[in-house]
Design a protein around this ligand. Structure first.
Ligand code: M6R
Length: 360
């Protein structure tokens, strides 16, 4: 049950530090050594390209993990929207390995791609929250997220759990390949820090509620902007806001805004900037924020410690750059929740939607 929570979504947002810690015990032994199925590791080592197939939030989670997977496994990662990939298989690499990301393991769009992958006798892994689900049964391998049931239609802990699960996979493959980056990446420590960072953000609920009250009660549209990893989080953040609050929102690459879309900015349009601690891009994103403010936007800055300024609206505790999509998404989950809640909507059951989309 949801206990004292008004909605499952808030309960599931709150569970994320626990999900992170549980994943540590699932995928490492007491000495901190990786416990990832060696057959999966071998299959990925034998591959020259990883194809991540997913829909919705799971697709966004794939983007959140892409840079880390590429750095640690030294293998290019391509993302595919499941509903687009079912038609004609694009030209594949010589030794492809498919990774299906799916909270439910029942998404029909993803399954139709897996059917084709199996017809071609190609190896695959499903990363899912549901043991025994269709995608788990039909793929060669499975890794479980173990986040516990996700009831709210809006996916939260599955997104963060998927990225963390992929981190164990990436590190295990990287170590098998003797990639020094993989040994340096102390995942047990880093994921513990992520859990703490999430907890710190969870204690800022009132602050986020006040931002929503001021900027999101009547607006019909909004933008999330960011660069690189922050752009991927922007896409997920905007999906979440749209899905449960019906505010039209676009997640945009911050530098791309000025190439046309900035003409949509009007007086009071909320523009939420995500600025993680990446010195290559942080200043540029700040410049893009100023461009929107000059056109009347109501800018809200969510910045990571290290890149934050005193005037920023929300500061997220710093984590390892591979894992920043996990910590940076938390305030955006709360913002979506609060917007839906304050507008008096059914947070857990948005209109026109089902938890698992089992039609193509
Ligand atoms: O169960 P799956 O992860 O395969 O579901 C994919 C999408 O339908 C799902 O993530 C959807 O986008 C969420 N409702 C978004 O919050």
């Amino acid at each position: 049950g949801k206990g004292t929570y008004p909605f499952y979504m808030l309960k599931e947002i709150d569970e994320q530090p626990t999900v992170m810690r549980k994943l540590i015990s699932t995928y490492t032994d007491e000495n901190g050594k990786m416990k990832v199925d060696p057959d999966i590791v071998k299959a990925i080592q034998a591959s020259d390209r990883l194809y991540i197939i997913a829909a919705g939030t799971s697709y966004n989670a794939g983007f959140g993990a892409k840079a880390m997977l590429e750095a640690l496994t030294n293998t290019p990662v391509e993302l595919g929207v499941a509903s687009e990939w079912g038609y004609d298989m694009p030209l594949l690499s010589k030794n492809p390995f498919f990774i299906f990301l799916s909270q439910s393991g029942e998404t029909a769009d993803s399954r139709q791609v897996l059917v084709k992958v199996n017809e071609l006798s190609l190896p695959s892994l499903t990363v899912t929250n549901v043991p025994g689900s269709t995608l788990s049964r039909e793929a060669t391998y499975t890794m479980l997220i173990g986040a516990g049931p996700e009831i709210a239609v809006a996916s939260t802990k599955a997104y963060t759990g998927q990225i963390a699960t992929l981190a164990f996979l990436a590190k295990a493959v990287g170590e098998a390949q003797e990639n020094p980056l993989a040994f340096e990446f102390d995942l047990v420590k880093e994921l513990s820090l992520v859990a703490q960072s999430i907890e710190a953000t969870l204690s800022e609920k009132e602050k986020i509620a006040a931002i929503v009250k001021k900027n999101f009660l009547t607006t019909r549209n909004a933008f999330y902007i960011g660069r690189k990893q922050d752009y991927f989080v922007a896409m997920e953040a905007s999906l979440k806001l749209k899905e449960i609050s019906y505010v039209q929102c676009e997640g945009f690459a911050a530098g791309e805004l000025k190439h046309g879309t900035i003409s949509l900015i009007e007086k009071g349009t909320p523009v939420i900037a995500l600025i993680s601690n990446n010195e290559k891009v942080a200043l540029h994103t700040r410049g893009n924020v100023m461009e929107t403010v000059a056109r009347g936007a109501a800018a809200i800055v969510i910045a990571e410690e290290g890149a934050a300024r005193p005037e920023d609206d929300i500061v997220v505790n710093a984590v390892h750059p591979y894992l920043s999509a996990i910590s940076m998404v938390i305030p955006t989950q709360l913002l979506a929740y609060e917007t839906s809640f304050q507008r008096g909507l059914d947070v857990d059951k948005p209109r026109n939607l089902a938890k698992a989309v089992t039609v193509e």
